[in-house]
Design a protein around this ligand. Sequence first.
Ligand code: CNA
Length: 253
Amino acid sequence: MTATNQQEIKKVSELLQKSEYTVCLTGAGVSTASGIPDFRTPGKGIWSKINPIEVTSIDAFRENPARFYHFYRPRIEELKNVVPNQAHYALVRLEQSNYLQKIITQNIDNLHQKAGSQNVLEIHGNLSQAICNRCGAKISSQLLIEKIIENIQQIPYCNCGGILKPDVVLFGEMLSNLDEAITEASKADLFIVIGSSLQVSPANLLPEYSLARQGDLIIINYMETPLDYKAALVINQDVGLFLFEVCKHLGIW
Ligand code: CNA
């Protein structure tokens, strides 16, 4: 760690110690070290290969579910084998030590919960289950995987004949838990964005609710974000390594 890093670690630790209610907003960058590509890292992100809006919007799902599942099938399958990384575990430690009150996540991979975080609010749903578009039945991703594998390249159907949709928020759909996320962000005197490009609305508006009540904003992300200029601290480093160092500094790792 360089001297600058040490200063940033100290400053983040101090803000965590001072804060009475800390909320983190996590994005795909928290899970890249687990082997799940993000959307927007140039050359590696999913968007560098395909425009997800073309295949993962609610309209695309309705118009061409087979094409939708051609894109989603590997994503659902890969979830079987992925495990949390240092960033997820650091957030568990911060929560257990009462430095962190809520994680609002845009991720759909269930890894915060797998790592052991208790207070997680998912705003883009969760890929570990699916829902029937006709009868509303919910099934586990395990069953969904079995159905998809049985019908390679085709469409998974519910027992009632309806089409099963992964229980995630597609482009063009309403966010889940948005009211609760706004309430949480409005309570935060410290709001930390972790591994998100802050390009996706309305999730990227959440930091504003904390800023409006004079909360401090910290952004930990490799790439710059549109809210960097409002942040007390911007850290362009690996989220797992940085959070691990913060936990060590706080004596909880
Ligand atoms: P994004 O727009 O792809 O941004 C991710 C950001 O993370 C980028 O700016 C990267 O620079 C940064 N990043 C990547 N790895 C690291 C790292 N190790 N350390 C520091 N920074 C890193 O993704 P967002 O989450 O902002 O966008 C929201 C979308 C992406 C949501 O709809 C998600 O559901 C969707 N998504 C989720 C997953 C997942 O669940 N793991 C994966 C891919 C996309």
